[in-house]
Design a protein around this ligand. Structure first.
Ligand SMILES: CC(C)=CC(=O)SCCNC(=O)CCNC(=O)[C@H](O)C(C)(C)COP(=O)(O)OP(=O)(O)OC[C@H]1O[C@@H](n2cnc3c(N)ncnc32)[C@H](O)[C@@H]1OP(=O)(O)O
Length: 258
């Protein structure tokens, strides 16, 4: 499949998607979002792929939604198109794990896109922010909601009200990113992390992802109940039998994804 705005490759069991609009710092135009959706559809359908890495360039993961594309839109345009939900949330419906590998700017929609992934690995050069307020609007793909859940009200409020940009260290301290990695090793480390996940039981990985995501959508007691039921259901898989037997027999498990 040929794409205009992204590069797609596989590295063993890992699907690697690289946003590729260098002249516009990977601004997320409609064509790029459509390409991304198609690539995720293909990777979900490909049994050889167990996890996905989404990345950008050294200078920018993505500098936001495409301001030039949206600047002329009217209220009716954005309302009737349900801009910018449509297409953007495809990454959140992907059942395979998606890791964001962020180098440089992740601003506005770029920060929102990274937060839609399952976790964020950041180069020490990464910069996160929701600067929409500085161009007379507010985030439209979760920047006021997901960022608040990640970093808490005070920091999320400050970032949304001022457009202040957070560097990688602050983002790690605040819990927005899981780890900081030297810029030159970002992709190899993200792929290695994805490879590790892809080598585990696929159905059990999907169950774990579903449970963590549940924590965002429900109360603690309901979430714990949900987790317990899913935990019970892992005992219906061949992979739980294999994983525990391998531990007892002091050998590497051979998961069959069943
Ligand atoms: C409103 C919603 C729902 C979501 C949003 O995401 S709004 C956008 C939020 N993002 C921003 O406001 C960031 C905009 N970009 C910048 O502030 C700067 O580009 C920068 C600080 C990230 C980098 O500055 P730098 O001086 O290094 O580079 P530029 O010359 O400014 O940019 C290079 C090139 O890319 C174009 N560009 C950058 N960001 C966007 C964008 N979000 N949309 C469209 N185009 C963008 C920029 O115009 C320039 O291209 P030209 O030289 O052809 O104008």
């Amino acid at each position: 499949m040929a794409y205009e705005f992204i590069l797609v490759e596989t590295r063993g069991p890992v699907g690697l998607i690289t946003l590729n609009r260098p002249k516009a710092l990977n601004a997320l135009c409609a064509g790029l979002i459509a390409d991304l959706g198609k690539a995720l559809d293909d990777m979900e359908a490909d049994d050889n792929i167990g996890a996905i890495v989404l990345t950008g360039s050294e200078k920018a993961f993505a500098a936001g939604a495409d301001i030039k594309e949206m600047s002329g839109k009217s209220y009716m345009d954005v309302y009737l198109q349900d801009f910018i939900t449509k297409g953007w949330e495809r990454v959140t419906t992907c059942r395979k794990p998606v890791i964001a590998a962020v180098s440089g700017y992740a601003l506005g929609g770029g920060c929102e896109m990274a937060m839609m992934c399952d976790f964020i690995l950041a180069a020490e050069t990464a910069k996160f922010g929701q600067p929409e307020i500085t161009i007379g609007t507010i985030p439209g793909a979760g920047g006021t909601q997901r960022l608040t859940r990640f970093v808490g009200k005070s920091k999320a409020m400050e970032m949304n009200l001022t457009g202040r940009i957070m560097d990688a260290e602050e983002a790690e301290r605040a819990g927005l990113v899981s780890r900081i990695i030297p810029a030159t090793e970002l992709i190899s480390e993200a792929v290695a992390t994805a490879e590790k996940i892809a080598g585990l039981s696929r159905p059990v990985v999907m169950m774990a992802k579903e449970c963590v995501n549940k924590a965002y959508e429900t109360t603690l007691s309901e979430g714990v109940k949900f987790e317990r039921r899913v935990f019970h259901s892992t005992f219906a898989t061949e992979d739980q039998k294999e994983g525990m037997a391998a531990f007892v027999e002091k050998r590497t498990p051979n998961f069959k994804n069943r």
